[in-house]
Write a protein that binds this ligand. Structure first.
Ligand SMILES: [Cu+2]
Length: 116
């Protein structure tokens, strides 16, 4: 094999790798609902009030058998079960507009945020 051929054979895989930049991981939001009638959505430990539109990972911890966590807005509707407990991960795309989350059993347990 001549030197030039060897060089291009080595370069091609590197160029291909460079052509496909690793996509940044979507930000993670944390949702919780618990026995104390508390329902929250946070990002980095802070209450979510506004978000930039885009892809997000939402990790919801539902530790209660009497409430659920239900996120709605812009055609999106995702919910945990009322009697069920556990942690679920939702991969979602949030579009510009208003989103709300609530417990379906207790209308006073709610929150919301705006996507810009
Ligand atoms: Cu409830």
């Amino acid at each position: 094999m001549n030197r030039r051929l060897l060089a291009s054979a080595t370069l091609v895989p590197l160029l291909l790798l460079g052509a496909v930049p690793a996509e940044a991981a979507p930000p993670t939001l944390k949702g919780t609902v618990d026995d104390n009638f508390k329902i929250t959505l946070t990002k980095g430990g802070k209450k979510v009030t506004t978000l930039k539109h885009g892809r997000y990972v939402i990790k919801v911890t539902d530790s209660t058998r009497m409430h659920n966590f239900h996120l709605t807005g812009k055609g999106l509707s995702k919910a945990t079960s009322v009697p069920g407990t556990g942690t679920v991960t939702w991969k979602v795309t949030l579009n510009k507009g208003k989103y709300n989350f609530r417990c379906d059993v207790h209308p006073s347990m709610k929150g919301g945020f705006k996507v810009t």
